[in-house]
Design a protein around this ligand. Sequence first.
Ligand code: FAD
Ligand code: SIN
Length: 546
Amino acid sequence: MASSPVHLAYRPTFAASQAVIHTDFLIIGSGIAGLSLALNLAERGRVTLVTKKALEDSNTNYAQGGVASVLGEDDSFDLHVQDTLAAGAGLCRREIVEMVVRDGPARIRDLESLGVAFTTQGGQLALGLEGGHSRHRIVHNADHTGREIETHLLDAVLDHERIDVHPYHMAIDLIGPRHVERANVRGVWGAYALDAATGEVRAFVAKRTVLATGGAGKVYRYTTNPDIATGDGVAMAHRAGARIANLEFVQFHPTCLYHPRAKSFLLTEALRGEGGRLIDAAGARFMDAYDARGELAPRDIVARAIDSEMKKTAAPCVYLDVTQLPSGMIERRFPSILERCLDFGIDPRREPIPVVPATHYFCGGIDVDARGRSSIENLFAIGEVSHTGLHGANRLASNSLLEALVFAERAYDGVLENVDTVTLPAVQPWEAPRGHVAPDPMVLEHDWDEARRVMWDYVGIVRSDQRLTIATERLSSLAATVESVYRKSRVNQDLLELRNIIEVGRLVVRSALLRKESRGLHYTETYPDRDDAHFLRDTVLERGGE
Ligand code: FAD
Ligand code: SIN
């Protein structure tokens, strides 16, 4: 994905040797959620934003389809609420769904006021259609909506004098009571972060800490997510004792490009919204046999249908056929996809595109309330890392950028609550693991591969208790090995991320084993039916409490 040169040229202005940095608000992550909240909070204090790679490295930057919001004349808040609740299969928090849907149009206007351009038609916003939506309501910028949003938010953040940004700083762990030199304190007081340039670990000490670290697609072997999506926020919050909810609900996107050289390239659902059809190798459509809504059924249904077709025919992929779309539409509406497919020698205007499902989105995460407050004092979570109750057991397409925008606004009040009464404690330096030798990169790579394969093979689209039990054993053994390497080595980003993907993988497996039914994105052959009598509730994990 092309990056804006202005961000690549950015150089941090703080002194490189500063081991402890004090701030009012620490935000971890520079996607749509972290950047939006940083802009809001900068009106009220000093904001420090750390992010583990380049500033624009985020899932946000890759979002294609757009942002769902009620803007069409034939649409209504009620319809968007109903569609979201239907996809969520009984587990959405209704008051959160209503809040997010109703706030949507104002948040779209905020983006426009920052200069974000959305595609228009006849002077009005052009509204796309995606699976599970009963109306056209996806606001977009061709097929690179995320990049348009990320670029404008970053420009505004970099222009703001009260926001300090620290790229290439990976948060390792949250600062808790045991790191603080003051008696009887509770909660979180910032985070320790590894500076990739120097290998030093800095303490970022803050009155309020916000995790905006995004998703965890990299926990699985095949994913639409970029490399940053290693579930660090959930792993850190869990280690700190925060409540984590509904991690069994992992969304697989039905259409990821299938090509040996293509790493994680999504083919937006909007292609099906415009009339794209799924076919098998013989050219036959199959979706109607699975759901009356055909290609526009919710994603879990489409992904399972493709999985089943591939298993039935032992085919490595199915195909997305957009050759019948009106002439010029692919060039105009999907320019990035056209360019990328042509790079791989596939011309979507003339031939079907090979596709497979891939891990795309985590509906669960750090459990928060309507203001982004986690179960731990001073700790907040917004965006994909959080579980707000909007998505329930399955996320409706294009509802996540919307959720991030709404919670970045709503969390503002939560973060500011009583903040003036808080004084920062003295914090101990990071308790480094004992070793000084870097971990062997080849062994790390193999462990990465093994963890992600176990998740793909045993915790994928179709699960069973037997498979989940195998995954439990394999991941426990890997976790023990990696923890011992962690204790003995000089840490680096690869090792820290590996530790986190294994931790999140284990939490997904534990959650999946607890849900003895099939619902939304969680489908298990051991319990193929939905069981409202016992499982119309969230799966909550708490350290020591689960
Ligand atoms: P992200 O945008 O992922 O940002 C997370 C940030 O945290 C990154 O900057 C990352 O580097 C940083 N970070 C992570 N760990 C650490 C750490 N330990 N220390 C420091 N920094 C850290 N949703 C929609 O609604 N509409 C769409 O059209 C759409 N299309 C998508 C297409 C693709 C290919 C993908 C992958 C996702 C898509 N989604 C879409 C989902 C949506 O993009 C994400 O849910 C959303 O962008 C998440 O935003 P976020 O700010 O929470 O996280
Ligand atoms: C897509 O464009 O298909 C992705 C939309 C989403 O994940 O919400």
